[in-house]
Design a protein around this ligand. Structure first.
Ligand SMILES: Nc1ncnc2c1ncn2[C@@H]1O[C@H](COP(=O)(O)OP(=O)(O)OP(=O)(O)O)[C@@H](O)[C@H]1O
Length: 265
């Protein structure tokens, strides 16, 4: 477990977190630590709360009416939900890449500098654009057409543009919610290679339905499951969290074994 590896620095830590939408408790009792400069995958059957948890890490659920959580989430040792924490700043430090590429209806260049412009960033914008696109492994493909629309790119390029846009805000953590589910196999491979490179500089948490993808990209994997509730709903919980090779090779829990061997999902 990441918890026992003293040398690994923890970036995010959850303490017995329960997450509610109104009176409905979607997720219960999640305690986990996210190690720095590693890729952590969240896997589990549909509805077990993977995206719900992911969105709590950058306070994106705040935008949903009725959302609240109990327990605690710490980011670099600070309470992420403390009253004086600005959720907009949190989202710069903990960026998000979504399932479907969502470039803004602007040029490639303006997509990248969108955040820095709002933040009144004093860095040189040309440099931000080049560095972010290079880190997202897209520079060579777009350097001669920076003023063209982000929509002129292929789906896979658009997703790398969105990753570059996230990088331009200088995040510490990048959250990815099924970032390859709308991409073809070759674009998927490129994004997976990129994830490998990005972890040198960033901490990555990825939700994926694709178990091969988890084994390819993740250092650690958290398996979530859901139990039916008496009221007919489902409640999600963390079953097992360990190094990816343990989760897929010799998990401790029977449910993990069954899930990773495809017995349910
Ligand atoms: N905005 C919302 N309002 C109310 N309930 C929600 C909302 N978002 C998610 N839920 C509920 O919370 C539970 C967990 O959903 P979530 O999307 O986090 O699961 P998931 O594991 O990511 O699922 P999937 O793999 O299908 O994307 C589900 O029962 C879902 O219906």
């Amino acid at each position: 477990m990441p918890t026992t590896a003293n040398r690994i620095q923890t970036v995010l830590k959850t303490y017995n977190v329960d997450i509610y939408y109104g009176t409905y408790r979607a997720v219960t009792g999640v305690s986990m630590e996210i190690p720095k400069n590693k890729v952590t995958a969240l896997i589990g059957p549909s509805g077990c709360g993977k995206s719900t948890i992911l969105r709590c890490f950058n306070r994106l659920n705040d935008l949903i009416q009725g959302f609240h959580l109990t327990g605690k989430i710490e980011y670099l040792g600070q309470d992420l939900y403390a009253k004086d924490v600005d959720p907009v700043k949190v989202r710069d430090e903990i960026g998000m890449v979504f399932q479907r590429p969502n470039p803004f209806p602007k040029s490639i260049y303006d997509n990248i500098v969108y955040g820095p412009r709002i933040q009144k960033d004093t860095r040189n914008f040309d440099e931000i654009v080049e560095t972010s696109l290079r880190r997202a492994a897209l520079w060579d493909e777009v350097k001669d057409k920076l003023q063209e629309s982000g929509f002129s790119l292929s789906g896979g390029q658009q997703q790398r543009l969105c990753i570059a846009r996230t990088i331009a805000a200088q995040p510490e953590v990048i959250l990815m919610d099924e970032p390859c589910s709308a991409l073809d196999p070759i674009s998927t491979l490129k994004v997976e290679e990129l994830i490998h490179e990005l972890k040198e500089k960033y901490t990555i948490i990825i939700v994926t339905h694709n178990m091969q993808q988890a084994t390819r990209v993740a250092d650690y994997t958290a398996f979530f499951n859901a139990e039916p509730t008496p009221k007919g709903g489902k409640i999600g919980y963390l079953v097992e969290y360990d190094r990816t090779e343990v989760i897929f090779g010799s998990p401790n829990e029977q449910a993990t074994k069954d899930y990773v061997s495809g017995k349910f999902g």
